[in-house]
Write a protein that binds this ligand. Structure first.
Ligand code: GLU
Length: 469
């Protein structure tokens, strides 16, 4: 039997972290078994489904690399299939027309609530062939006795008594099929063997199983994934920052880091933290997924992101890094190659966004000195050191880390001061701030003219400061 899994989002918003994790788990189950992963867009709620949401979901899946083997299917394009099966169930008397008026249903509901009962359809039209009228819905004839049992891969055995389930509407009065029915038909026709979805669907499962049984369809296996909570233990929401997958791209995370983060959010394999996609595919088991809700932890995501920035092949990371430079309107064509920049900076930042922002000075003049750094290091006492190191650097005939290092060292020796007395003013002069990778390499990545020019700028700044005093 080929394992077939699916991800079936309702396109009412972007792809959020919870959805992405469900998609990943489902994708892993298919990949591990050499099976198929289906993408299905559940867009029957026409009021809430939008094209931008569909686009955002596809974009998120693609960015994560969760490629699908089939689809995307759209439920709104499959109404003929649903109608076909509704007609079949009617013909077999496994479904029936219900003519109850809204008023009757409302009154029944109120009475049930007043009696402290769970509101449910009382089966009025179920065995009442005399009922009639122009307006009707179609209800599924749910079994009235016995129970529905299934083994959830995450939650273990689950049982619902049929007496708890009423006769579900499968077609509305305008003939359109309802959500639970479409899911059943799709899972069957798409030959889904494993349904991995959010725990908010557990209550739908017994209803769906009953319909599948009535149709003579095989019952898939189920796994209901728990919720994700924010760092504060509350349900993850916009308040917690990035909840859309694409927001993680915008914030400077690599897909590898997000996938690794998501797979660990609710699943573990010993105390291992780092999983390449190949490794998670090999090791992931639905039965090992934790049924308790998992809490989001930004620190850990940052840690993973840095790990991948440092350890993935540079050519894999560079296109993502380039995206951030473009996003921040930094033209990198006239500065160091990103392949060189990445290893230099990856240690110092948590995200690609930070990396680009902190590397601006390699590609363009900085706008102004960082105030605190200038106050501390571009003082009148630093002028002599800057002038001396400027001379030495300007007269270098070879421009590389070793020659630069030697020039700085000799300046410090000549002035009989420690390296820091030359190095810190020089760093602020060249980068505009007090933070940069080691000076020899940083300077070597800029041109000699740029470096000499920036030192001149710092010297003028000091002179202005002197005059202002
Ligand atoms: N469309 C549903 C949702 O977005 C998922 C349904 C399912 O996976 O069965 O929550």
């Amino acid at each position: 039997m080929t394992v077939v899994t699916r991800f079936a989002p309702s396109p009412t918003g972007f792809l959020h972290v919870g959805g992405a994790r469900t998609a990943l788990y489902s994708w892993l189950v298919a990949k591990a078994a050499g099976g198929k992963f289906v993408l299905r867009i559940e867009d029957t709620d026409r009021e809430r489904s939008t094209q931008p949401a569909i686009d955002a979901i596809l974009e998120g899946m693609e960015w994560l690399g969760l490629t699908w083997d089939e689809g995307p299917y759209y439920q709104t394009k499959r109404f003929d299939r649903y109608e076909h099966y509704i007609a079949q169930l009617l013909a077999e008397d496994k479904a029936y027309k219900c003519y109850c008026s809204t008023e009757r249903l409302e009154q029944m509901r109120e009475e049930q609530m007043a009696n402290g009962e769970k509101p449910r359809y009382d089966g009025h039209c179920r065995d009442n062939p005399a009922a009639g009228g122009d307006s009707y819905v179609i209800r599924f004839r749910n079994p009235q006795t016995g129970s529905v049992k299934f083994h959830d891969h995450i939650r273990g055995p689950i049982e619902f008594a049929n007496s708890e389930l009423d006769d579900l509407i499968i077609a509305r009065s305008d003939g359109t099929p309802t959500y639970n029915f479409c899911v059943v038909i799709d899972d069957w026709e798409m030959q889904i063997t494993h349904v991995v979805r959010g725990e908010d669907h557990i209550n739908n499962t017994p209803r769906q199983i009953n319909i599948l049984q009535a149709l003579g369809a095989p019952i898939p296996e189920y796994a209901h994934v728990s919720m994700i909570l924010g760092d504060d233990g509350k349900k993850l929401s916009k308040r917690h920052g990035a909840v859309s997958v694409m927001q993680y791209r915008d914030d400077g995370y690599l897909p590898e880091a997000v996938l690794n983060y998501l797979v660990r959010l609710g699943w573990s394999h010993g105390d291992q933290e780092i999983f390449s996609v190949a490794e998670m595919t090999e090791l992931f088991r639905l039965d090992d997924v934790n049924k308790a809700a998992s809490a989001f932890n930004t620190e850990k995501l940052n840690w993973l992101n840095q790990h991948y920035m440092k350890s993935l092949p540079v050519e894999r990371v560079v296109p993502y890094l380039q995206w951030h430079f473009t996003d921040q309107a930094i033209d990198v064509s006239k500065g160091p190659a990103l392949e060189q920049l990445l290893p230099l900076m990856a240690d110092r930042v948590k995200t690609l966004k930070e990396l680009a922002a902190q590397s601006r000075y390699f590609y363009e003049e900085y706008e102004a000195f960082d105030e605190a750094a200038a106050k501390k290091h571009l003082r009148p006492v630093a002028r002599e050191a800057l002038e001396a190191v400027q001379d030495r650097l300007a007269s270098l005939t070879e421009w590389n880390p070793a020659s630069i290092q030697q020039a700085i060292q000799q300046t410090a020796d000549d002035l009989q001061v420690g390296m820091g007395k030359v190095g810190m003013p020089l760093r602020v002069a060249v980068t505009g701030s007090g933070n940069s990778p080691s000076l020899d390499v940083t300077l070597a990545m800029l041109s000699q003219t740029q470096v000499v020019g920036r030192i001149a700028r710092a010297i003028s700044y000091i002179m202005e400061r002197e005059q202002a005093q």
